[in-house]
Each structure stands twice: as structure tokens, then as C-alpha cells.
Design a protein around this ligand. Structure first.
Ligand code: ATP
Ligand code: MG
Length: 568
């Protein structure tokens, strides 16, 4: 076996799964966001892929193999060559023809289906692959969590109609629940934004973990759970006041909401936060209550734009000549679209920037003093708000998105003209769904949830080996002989077992076994040669040490493994 464990925590690793994967010798960095899987790491990856494959096949999926190199023409046909932006790895061949490395496979697979499928009799179809994906992420980090090359299972469903798509979606949703359960993870399926992939209905499977990059809200009283990016926020209705006369007030240095509220001695709920964005080529002004945060995903969806970025000071100066920090909606030039959160229109006598350095306007009233071009839910939901079920208050948690399922509809079949002839001979667009799981991210998420100060504690189902046999003394020939017999015996009864036969001190072997995280440790020591027993230690609870007669080891270990993974 090739395992080199490290004592030191590698400097570049910030979160526990990344640290442990490197320290325990599962992966090796090649370049930023690009990793090799070492033999024990690859065994875990294979285990996860086996579980995924099994559930995909059970749900009726057909496995195939698709290329990583895609011709630009296909991506131009769907328009994504231009939309995907810098995340797409682009390359040219020797004839200067454009290609990209596949970040996802809607184009390539729909191209196959439009050529191979012509009749309703061939539908539904669930096609999938498990393969490398390439995304030139802006911030590759956390090891396998956010790589630039990573392994994904992606399945695409092709149905006759929306009803069929919903059935396929449900099948995949259920298969995902089974997969993550079998991987021993604690997770939640949450309502999600469908982003660049498209479609309307989508769920993300979130492994609950403090280090998760995603934030979710959930209701302790009902099933509701959603990504914060997506969770709909309901406007808080504050009592309407008698309208007062607008006035300009001197507010030196009050560039932030906190400073402003403090300077004028008012609650932030009485102020408006005005943010200027560049939405594709257009300048837009987004208004939310002073105590709220703009949800850029919602703004992007509302405006239906491709790029949304905070406008920088130079752009604001040049295009509308307003000083940053004092921007407000009153007299905003017509060419700047004003997008207001649904809470804004209800407010009365509020405070906004005066579009003049060191000045704000007080007693400002929407409608009377400024226009609203587009109204909608564009703010981030907060913990403690009411759940749509109206019984509970929402809580926030962090999650790692290990999988996502989408109802795509006809976005890709229309772009690529993938049609089938129905019973009457009429052509219809095929209705699609797509379903991804990050294999490496699932492995990292499993570690985030299953570790202690000594190392990883693999769930039995995805552990690199079920058990390790450790002879305490590498010098004691009798111990080595018994250890070898146990090892061979377990192996022939179907247990995945490894023996630490290195010429190392016992302490080092124990430390490595804990770090690598084999669920069961079988320790062959003095008691084995004198009393005929071995110590059987559960990695999960090391205090739980059992003395087992050597001749019973096979039976006991087999039972333990079987209770976790089913039959061998
Ligand atoms: P994220 O929002 O985290 O960037 P995504 O929503 O873009 O991910 P999908 O297109 O839904 O990702 O891909 C399906 C799955 O592939 C994700 O749920 C995740 O498990 C995995 N995945 C996506 N990007 C990466 C990455 N850069 N590194 C590792 N796994 C990834
Ligand atoms: Mg996703």
C-alpha cells in the first residue's frame, strides 16, 4: 500500500476535510483546484461511485460515456458559449478550431438524443455518466470541495411531457435520498435557484456542516427548507405614517447605514440602502430597507440579466456623477432603472442618500419623491422570519451542496431542436431534467461530518477498508503470524481489510489507523499470544474496546460490517 501520513497540517488547508484528506494521504495537490487521488482516496471515491451507480441503475438509469472535449459549435447552438463566461475552460486545436472542456453535458447528450430518438416509443430515457468535469472556478478552495477538475455523476432525463419529467424528477430525488443515506450523511433537500443551468424547479441536497459554503433556512415546524439564495422573503408591513415634508440634512461622514442611523439617531428600518449595479451593460439602482441585504441572485433573476456586478466608483461618477456613499433614488436619472424590494413601497418618511457628499434626505416617500421601475423580492431572508407555513419561525444553517436536481423543461431541446413524434405523428420538444452529484465533494462532506481530533471516522459504507489489523510488535513473530492469519481469513470472508505490517512503533500504527479512519481496528498484542484474544476497537468510539477470542474474530467482524452495509 502507498500511504504517507503527515504529522504537520498543510498550510494551504483551511477546513478539516481538506486537512485530513492531505494528512492521511488520500489526495495530492497537482495545481490549484486540481488533485490526484492516491490509492486509499481512490477506494473511497470508488465506493461512493458504486453506491451512486447502483441507485441510478435501480431508478432505470442507463450508463454511457461522453467526451470531455466539446466542440464550440454545440455550445454556440444553446448560447452558452457566450453565457458561461470565464468558468469555461476554452481551448483551440491545431486547426484553430474552438473547443471547451465540459463543465456539464446538456449540449453533448441532447445532441445524441436528437439524433437517436425520434418516436414517443423511445421515451422516457434516463442517461447518465460518472466523469471528470472542468470549471475554471474563480476561487478553487477547500480541496475536493471546490476544484477546477472534479468527478461528477450527471444524469439527464428525457420525457414526452411535463408530467413525465416530474415523474423522472421524483425518481431521481428519491434515488438521491437513498444515495446520501447510504453514504452515512446527515442532509436536507432544499429548494434552490436553478442558476445558469436553467429551468424553474430545483432542489439541492445539502449536507449540514459548519464549514458549508451555502446558507439555508428551514422551518422546525414543517418540511420547508430552502437555499437562502432562493428563499422567498415576505415584506414586513410597518404602520403607515402621515407624510412629512422632505428635507435635506447634513450628515458628515455618514457613508454606511450604521453610521447614518447612529448620526441621525434612528432605527435602520427608517433608512433605505441604495446599491448601484451594472446589469450587463445597464446601470441599475437597487433599493432595500437599511437593515436588509440585497440578494443578488434574486436581482439577476428579476432583471433576467447574465452579469450583475456592483458598479465601481469610476463608473458611477462617469455615468451619473453621483458620489459613492450618498447615492439615493430621489431624482435618479431616467437611464438608471430603479429596482425596489417589495418592502420599500410601504415605507413612509424614510431617509435616503441625497446624491451629494455629506448629505441625506429625510421624510422621503416612495411614489411622491421617487419612482420605482420594478418591484419585487430582492432581499436576503433573515433568521427568525415567518415560514410560509406561518406556524414556525425560520432558522438558518450552513450546508455543503453535494447534489442538485433540476426540472429543465424544453430549454435545451428547443435550442438544439430535439423533438419526438407523438402517437398522432406530431413533433414535440422533448422535456428534460438534469441531476448532478459531486463525488469528491461528497467524500469531503462525509469527513466534515465524521471526524474527531485524531482523524477521520469513515462511515462503513464508504470507508477505504472496513478493518485494519495491527500487530503491536513488529518483532514478535507469533503476533505477526496470527495477524497474518486473521487478515487472510477476513479477506476470504469478503471483508475489506488491510494489515499494518510496517516495521513501526505501535504508537505510530495506532495514530495512523485513527487518522486514516478505518471503522474497525483489530489489535493483535501480548494478550493474543498469552490468552488467545484480540482487541476489537470501533474507531467511532474508541473507549468501546472488546476482547474477542481469535477464533470468533471472523464472525464478530462480519456481523459488524454487515449491520452497516447489508450483505457482503
Ligand atoms: P456550486 O454552487 O457549489 O458552484 P453548482 O451549483 O455550480 O455548484 P452543479 O452544476 O449543480 O454545481 O453541479 C452538480 C454537483 O457537482 C454539485 O452539487 C456539487 O456536488 C458538484 N460540484 C460543482 N462544482 C464543483 C466543484 N468546483 N468542485 C467539486 N464539486 C463540484
Ligand atoms: Mg448546483
Amino acid at each position: 500500500m502507498l500511504v504517507n501520513t503527515l504529522r504537520e497540517v498543510p498550510a494551504e488547508a483551511e477546513i478539516v476535510s481538506h486537512k485530513l484528506l492531505l494528512r492521511a494521504g488520500f489526495i495530492k495537490k497537482v495545481a490549484s483546484g486540481i488533485y490526484s487521488y492516491l490509492p486509499i482516496g481512490w477506494r473511497v471515491m470508488q465506493k461512493i461511485m458504486d453506491i451512486i451507480r447502483d441507485e441510478m441503475n435501480k431508478a432505470g438509469g442507463l450508463e454511457l460515456g461522453l467526451p470531455s472535449i466539446h466542440p464550440a459549435e454545440l455550445w454556440l447552438e444553446t448560447g452558452r458559449w457566450n453565457v458561461y463566461g470565464d468558468e469555461l475552460f476554452r481551448l483551440k486545436d491545431r486547426h484553430q478550431r474552438d473547443f471547451c472542456l465540459g463543465p456539464t453535458h446538456e449540449e453533448v447528450l441532447t445532441d445524441i438524443v436528437r439524433k437517436e430518438v425520434s418516436s414517443y416509443k423511445q421515451l422516457p430515457l434516463l442517461l447518465y455518466q460518472i466523469q471528470n468535469k472542468y470549471r475554471d472556478e474563480r476561487r478553487p478552495r477547500f480541496g475536493l470541495m471546490r476544484g477546477r477538475e472534479f468527478i461528477m455523476k450527471d444524469l439527464y432525463s428525457f420525457d414526452k411531457d411535463v408530467e413525465g419529467m416530474k415523474i423522472s424528477y421524483k425518481k431521481m430525488y428519491n434515488a438521491y435520498v437513498n444515495i446520501f443515506k447510504r453514504c452515512g450523511l446527515e442532509f436536507r433537500a432544499v429548494e434552490a435557484d436553478s442558476g445558469a443551468i436553467g429551468g424553474k424547479t430545483s432542489h439541492e441536497f445539502m449536507v449540514l456542516a459548519q464549514n458549508g459554503e451555502a446558507e439555508i433556512v428551514y422551518c422546525p415546524n414543517c418540511e420547508y427548507a430552502a437555499n437562502v439564495e432562493k428563499a422567498e422573503a415576505y415584506p414586513e408591513v410597518l404602520p403607515k405614517e402621515e407624510l412629512k415634508t422632505m428635507e435635506k440634512v447634513y450628515t458628515p461622514g455618514a457613508k454606511t447605514m450604521d453610521k447614518l442611523a447612529e448620526y441621525l439617531d434612528v432605527l435602520k428600518t427608517r433608512t433605505i440602502k441604495t446599491m448601484l449595479y451594472k446589469a450587463d451593460e445597464e446601470l441599475v439602482c437597487v433599493l432595500v430597507r437599511g437593515d436588509r441585504t440585497v440578494n443578488e441572485i434574486k436581482v439577476k433573476n428579476l432583471l433576467d440579466c447574465v452579469n450583475l456586478e456592483i458598479a465601481n466608483e469610476a463608473v458611477i461618477q462617469e455615468e451619473i456623477g453621483i458620489p459613492m456613499g450618498y447615492v439615493g433614488p430621489v431624482n435618479m436619472p431616467k437611464k438608471v432603472k430603479i429596482v425596489a424590494d417589495s418592502e420599500i413601497n410601504n415605507l413612509s418618511n424614510i431617509i435616503v442618500g441625497a446624491n451629494k457628499t455629506d448629505y441625506h434626505l429625510i421624510n422621503v416617500n416612495p411614489g411622491r419623491d421617487f419612482r420605482i421601475d420594478i418591484e419585487g423580492d430582492v432581499r436576503v431572508i433573515e433568521e427568525g422570519e415567518k415560514c410560509p407555513c406561518s406556524a414556525g419561525t425560520l432558522k438558518k444553517a450552513r450546508g455543503i451542496e453535494v447534489g442538485q436536481v433540476f426540472q429543465l423543461g424544453t430549454k435545451y431541446s428547443e435550442a438544439l431542436k430535439a423533438v419526438y413524434a407523438d402517437e398522432k405523428g406530431n413533433n414535440n420538444f422533448i422535456v428534460m431534467g438534469c441531476y448532478g452529484i459531486g463525488v469528491g465533494r461528497t467524500m469531503a462532506a462525509a469527513i466534515e461530518q465524521n471526524h474527531d481530533q485524531d482523524g477521520i471516522i469513515w462511515p462503513m459504507t464508504i470507508a477505504p477498508f472496513h478493518a485494519v489489523v495491527i500487530p503491536v510488535s513488529s518483532k514478535d513473530e507469533q503476533q505477526i503470524k496470527i495477524a497474518e492469519d486473521i487478515y487472510q481469513g477476513l479477506k476470504s470472508s469478503g471483508i475489506e481489510v488491510i494489515m499494518d505490517d510496517r516495521d513501526e512503533r505501535a504508537g505510530i500504527k495506532f495514530k495512523d489507523a485513527d487518522l486514516i479512519g478505518y471503522p474497525l481496528q483489530i489489535i493483535v498484542g501480548n494478550k493474543t499470544t498469552t490468552e488467545g484474544t484480540v482487541d476489537l476497537v470501533m474507531r467511532k468510539n474508541k473507549e468501546d474496546k472488546n476482547s474477542v477470542q481469535v477464533e470468533n474474530v471472523f464472525e464478530v467482524v462480519k456481523n459488524l460490517v454487515q449491520t452497516h452495509i447489508g450483505s457482503l
